[in-house]
Design a protein around this ligand. Structure first.
Ligand code: ATP
Length: 135
């Protein structure tokens, strides 16, 4: 079994979709290993998005992810990294397939509701950032 770091970004919280989105992961069979509602500062955003900080889309993305509470989660299950990315759908909600979280619930490429680690290596790096005390 494998762990992955998932964020329900501030748009999920603002739109009242925490239950809807969390249910998608739960009914799939993933287990919740850690979960925390928090508002992050720019420093944590920069750490999390280290690979994007130099990109043109990053300043507004940093604004967005620090704009209000989000839910950080560690999910566990067989091939959890890939399974979560499949459930999330393509980055751009306008292009994401129906049936996916973004495809069903988002019409934006920035405010796309969720984050999921893109590899097992990213998952360990991100879990350490968000949940340093998780055994
Ligand atoms: P995530 O890493 O959040 O699961 P992802 O792997 O589908 O999403 P990345 O390419 O890693 O997407 O981009 C990280 C986040 O940056 C996206 O989820 C989205 O919120 C934002 N983003 C990516 N590309 C753009 C863009 N062209 N314009 C605006 N925001 C973008």
């Amino acid at each position: 079994s494998q762990r992955t770091l998932v964020l329900l970004k501030p748009d999920t919280v603002r739109r009242g979709l925490i239950g809807e989105v969390l249910a998608r992961f739960e009914v799939k069979g993933l287990s919740i290993v850690a979960m925390d509602l928090r508002t992050i500062d720019a420093e944590l955003a920069d750490q999390h998005y280290a690979e994007h900080v130099e990109k043109a889309f990053y300043p507004p993305l940093r604004e967005f992810v620090t704009s209000g509470p989000l839910v950080a989660l560690v999910l566990e299950g067989d091939e959890a990294v890939e399974v979560v990315r499949a459930l999330n759908g393509a980055t751009d909600g306008r292009k994401a397939a129906p049936g996916t979280i973004r495809g069903d619930l988002s019409l934006s490429n920035r405010e796309n509701l969720v984050h999921g680690s893109d590899s097992p290596e990213s998952a360990s790096r991100e879990i350490k950032i968000w949940f340093p005390d998780l055994p």
